[in-house]
Design a protein around this ligand. Structure first.
Ligand code: NAD
Length: 484
């Protein structure tokens, strides 16, 4: 049995660890070999009730009484502890999610950086004074919503907890966190770290459990004032409907089918690593994965050949072997991705390259072959639907107008990348691409913790990351004082 330095079967409510109300637990599988390696609590509506009540008590009590600077200091303390424990957190995330250790460690460092950024920002969110009528002074205050709900997926638990819970706490909210049932160990570790850093009891509550039980109970709860959801479009719609019933604001960070556009004048040496890595990182299970690579005709064959070369050199294996790619999260996710690869075959599409699958891969692991598909029609299913696996479609185009039509021609709009040396084109493309973020001559900007992030169209609405998240996790009060 893998050593985990805490009991994973408990919920964390009101500063206390205890069994969930149902007394039941759920298995957690190690994606690298398919074995059950621990169990987690099957949180239910009663646990959510208790968590919301504990958060409310913290908000009205010890947490709410802290000044902004004091709140920031707690977050900074948490950041330091995350860094101290980065190796341990990375090991947990690698076991739980199946991501190579180095990538898991980068996620731990990103979590620390989110806490550092939001810890530093806590006392720097200012209101305004407004030149209103004579005899008045008018001003605005940024206030916390109260109790915020955070429903996160399994692909980047640490990063998503950092950007969502970190920003909410900085603004003074108290949080109830429902991690994904497939991967929630670092959410539990996060609660331990908050506790060690002196976070008042009830400020952060963690209730693992199934989406349709704990998640649904949380999103419909009358005691929450904001929901931050990261996950699929289908569940995002359910969350928004639940929030509507209580007139609660939501931030939805949903899926994507993000393109990188490569023009013939691009610096291909610089582009190549980004084109491939942004597609296969975390076994393609990244909301902002560059799953479509659009290439201008004159360099199409060269780009495909060079990407294929990289694919053939990719090393795939168990997370703790720390190679380039690990397994996908679950047997179900593997089936979904393999289903798309069957579609590729059945449609007679050209597989430009597939990474080699070593015979030594653990038999029960959820491995899929990273696959590069060339000459894909932009309307084909694999160029339209989010696969959430290491499969990239390369699509040819001629000129800016066609590039834009293809890039904008999906239901999604999360991220886009443009590779060109032409300054005018950089701006024309950046302005016309339908996406929440556009990167020019890079992609992802090293994680971009400071950069507002979120989608348009089916990729969602609201912004996380950067300073912008602090506005989302607060509400604006206008005060007008008459004193003439
Ligand atoms: P998912 O929607 O199935 O689950 C996400 C979370 O929602 C989990 O915690 C789950 O338990 C919970 N949930 C499920 N059903 C629920 C319900 N009825 N009520 C309340 N909560 C419920 O998504 P997933 O498969 O875990 O994650 C993959 C998806 O997430 C992809 O579409 C991906 O693009 C998206 N994603 C988006 C971002 C982003 O920032 N835009 C980041 C990561 C992942």
């Amino acid at each position: 049995m893998t050593h985990i330095p805490f009991d994973t079967t408990q919920v964390f409510i009101g500063g206390r660890w205890r069994a969930g109300d149902s007394g039941q637990t759920l298995p957690l599988a190690n994606p690298s070999d398919g074995s059950e390696f621990t169990r987690i609590a099957r949180g239910n509506a009663a646990d959510i009730d208790a968590a919301v009540a504990a958060a409310r008590a913290a908000f009205e009590g010890a947490w709410g009484a802290l000044s902004a600077a004091e709140r920031g200091r707690v977050l900074l303390k948490m950041s330091a502890r995350v860094l101290e424990q980065a190796d341990e957190l990375a090991r947990l995330e690698a076991l739980d999610v199946g991501k190579p250790l180095k990538q898991a460690r980068a996620d731990a460092v990103a979590l620390a950086r989110y806490l550092e950024f939001y810890g530093g920002a806590a006392d720097k969110v200012h209101g305004q004074t407004i030149p209103f009528a004579n005899g008045y002074t008018a001003l605005t205050l940024r206030e916390p919503h109260g109790v915020t709900a955070h429903i996160v997926p399994w692909n980047y638990p640490m990063q998503i907890i950092g950007r969502s819970v970190g920003a909410a706490l900085a603004m003074g909210n108290a949080c109830v966190l429902k991690p994904a049932e497939e991967a929630c160990l670092t959410a539990l570790a996060f609660a331990r770290i908050a506790d060690e850093a002196g976070m008042p009891a009830g400020t952060i509550n963690v209730v693992p459990g199934l989406g349709e039980e704990a998640g649904a109970a949380l999103s419909a709860h009358k005691g929450i004032q904001h929901i931050s959801f990261t996950g699929s479009v289908a569940v995002g719609a359910l969350i928004q409907a639940a929030a509507a019933k209580n007139a609660v604001p939501v931030t939805l960070e949903l899926g994507g089918k993000s393109p990188q556009l490569v023009f013939a004048d691009a610096d291909l040496d610089a582009a190549l690593p980004f084109l491939v890595n942004a597609g296969i990182q975390n076994a393609g299970q990244t909301c902002s994965a560059a799953s479509r690579i659009l290439v201008e005709r004159p360099v199409f064959d060269a780009v495909v050949a060079r990407m294929a070369e990289r694919y053939r050199a990719l090393r795939i294996g168990p997370a703790l072997d720390d190679l380039d790619i690990g397994p996908v999260i679950s047997a179900r996710q593997r089936e979904i991705v393999m289903g798309y690869l069957e579609v590729v075959q059945a449609s007679g599409l050209k597989v430009a390259a597939a990474a080699p699958m070593p015979a030594t891969l653990p038999r029960g692991g959820y491995y899929v072959p990273p696959t590069l598909v060339a000459d894909v029609n932009p309307t084909h299913r694999i160029a339209q639907e989010e696969i959430f696996g290491p499969v990239q479609a390369v699509i040819p185009f001629e000129g800016e107008a066609e590039a834009l039509a293809i890039a904008n021609g999906t239901p999604y709009g999360l991220v886009a990348g443009v590779w060109t040396r032409d300054g005018g084109r950089q701006l024309r493309m950046a302005r016309k691409l339908q996406a929440g973020q556009v990167f020019v001559n890079n992609y992802g900007a090293g994680g971009g913790i400071e950069l507002p992030f979120g989608g348009v169209k089916h990729s969602g609405h609201g912004r996380e990351k950067g300073f912008e998240a602090l506005y989302g996790f607060s509400t604006l009060k206008t005060i007008a004082i008459r004193h003439d």
